[in-house]
Design a protein around this ligand. Sequence first.
Ligand code: PLP
Length: 394
Amino acid sequence: MGSKIYSYGRQTIEQDDIEAVAEVLKGKRLTQGQTVSDFEKALSEKFGSAFCTALSSGTAALHLAALSLGWQKGDIVITTPITFLASANCILYAGATPDFVDINENSYTLDVEKLEQKISLYKKKGKKIKAVVAVDYAGHPCDWKALRQLADKYGFQLVNDNCHALGAEIDDDIAYAAKYADLAVASFHPVKPITTGEGGAVLTNDNKIDEKIKLLRTHGIMKESSRFKVQSSKLSGPWYYEMQELGFNYRITDFQCALGISQLKKLDSFIQRRREIAAFYDEQFATDDRFIIPAVKNGIKHSYHLYPLQIKFDMIGLDKTEYFSRLKTNRIIAQVHYIPIHFQPYYQKRFGFRRDNFPVAERFYKREVSIPIYPLLEQEDLNYIVKTLKLCLE
Ligand SMILES: Cc1ncc(COP(=O)(O)O)c(C=O)c1O
């Protein structure tokens, strides 16, 4: 334990994961083979979606989600300021206009009441929102029932940026993401609940969305002759394909998907270990008024991709930068999730967002510290981490 470095998150790769990848590497197809569809099928089964497309990253999945929902110039799409840039950038990729709604101070996810207020404000200006990208931040699901009701009431599309939350549950249902949203997006980056190195997926119950995403994944190329736009016997031949849309190369490889299949089998045990770690942290920090532990709403099972601990630096009289430097000296590499997106110079310059626009998110940002949480942490590691986190505040 003496020289271990504790990052806020890391992957768990075991011998059977390595063997699963090696098996594909020894085979004929490294990409565009059967293992990709096998991974998609396994994801669909686990998360109860009728369709699934695996992609090269969560960002690629968000990009194609935006295009498959037909976002375009003039469309207003709302997300949370407390998320990774990709949740908002996908709105820009499609040429649409991003806006934000502040977070709820307990769940740290998009505040549904404030969303409705924002919709009313737009309505007064004669405008309607096209979609909402809601993020199950840290692994705590948004209030998806309320979001679905609002989406039906006002007629907007719903995207679940589920990149943190594979394995979370609403009312004991692990398949909630594609149930409430029009589509759900996953990421398999190494710090995420399961990994393929880089990778992502879109899960949906809508056949049209899935077809469009599959088309855009490979340059917009259609190979099924029965679905060609131009039906002519002169064009037919085994080499022939049609480009029907402007697509991309957002494919994931077969050996990555072999890792994905192997990891997916372990998701439940990974999440269980994350919950045990979170329960220990809760117990250690809850009674100390320098800290605020992440709350979990009734009916929710958190998947703890992150453990966002709030520390009252202003009350303690300690600078957060100094705290991070003390932690680093003691081998703890904490992180902050996230710098509110409306603080980013690009968003400020292009859309005129300013500090003070979203006060709950901004206060959260000042206090939030993502402390180490990943399945490989053992009890002696946790004891050291808690002791060090407290000592470094002194
Ligand atoms: C909330 C959220 N959305 C999207 C992404 C993008 O995923 P990827 O890194 O796989 O492109 C991330 C990854 O950090 C994320 O945390």
